[in-house]
Design a binder for this molecule. Sequence first.
Ligand code: R5P
Length: 273
Amino acid sequence: MGWGMKNRLARIIKPDTGRGVMLAVDHGYFLGPTERLEVPRKTIQPLLPYADSLMLTRGVLRTSVDANFPVPVVLRVSGGSSIIGKDLSNEKITTSIKEAIRLNVTALALSIFVGAQYEHESLINLAKLVDEGEEHGIPVLAVTAVGKELEKRDARYLSLACRIAAEFGAHLVKTYYCENFEKVVSSCPVPVIIAGGPKLENEIDALQLTYDALQAGAVGVDMGRNIWQSDFPVSMIKAVRAIVHENASVREAHELFSQLKNTEQSTKTATSV
Ligand code: R5P
C-alpha cells in the first residue's frame, strides 16, 4: 500500500486504537430529508468535533460543512435511485474522482447490491472506483446491503457481500451487525465497520450493538440515525466513542450517556430561551 493510501486510512481508522468513529449523514442521497437530518448543517455541526470522519455526498459537504473544519471526508460517490423509485440497486458512480480530489476527500464510498437485480453493475462500479482510487492513493469504502437486501441480514449473506467487496479491492467494508458476526469479519480480509441501521428503541440498544460488533472484530462504526435521531445526539456520539476508543463496557458508556444528556438538555434549554 502506498504512503498516501496508508495515510488516508489512518485518518479514518485511528492508529492509536486501531478503530474509528465515522459519522454517516449521506442518507439524503436516496431518502431525501430524513427525519432530524432535514437541515444538514444543524445536525452535523454539533457532532463534528466528535467524529473521526464524516460520510456524506458532495452536495451536503459543499453546502453544510465548514471547509475550515479539518474533518476527514468519506465521500459517497454512488447513487441514482430513490426510495420511491423502481429499484434502489440501480446505482452508478455519481461523482468523478477529479471532483473528489478537488474536495480533498480522504476516502470514496460506494454501495454494492449483492443478490439484487443490479448486482453486476454495482460490482463493476466498485471495481472501477477501486482502480481510480488506487491511481490516486484514495481508499474505497464498500457499503454492503441496503434497501431490500437488508432482509437478508444474516452472517451467510453478509459474509458473502463483504467478502466479494474485499475481493474487488475495497479497502474498508461497511455492513450491518448480525448474529455470528465474527464469521463475517473473519472471512473478510479488509477491516469491517458497522452501520447502525434504523433508530433502535433506546440508546442502550445502539451501544450494545456497537459493543458486540467490536467484540466480534469490527474496527469501528459508520453510524447515522442512532446518533442524530437520538434526543441527545452529542451525548450519544460521545458514548459511542467511549466504546470504540476507550474500550468502555455498555454499562459504562450508558452511564456516560446519562450524565452527559443532562448537560446537553440544559444547553438546549438555555439556547431556546
Ligand atoms: C446507507 O447506505 C447509508 O450509506 C448510511 O450511511 C448507512 O446506512 C449508515 O447510517 P445508519 O447508521 O443510519 O444506518
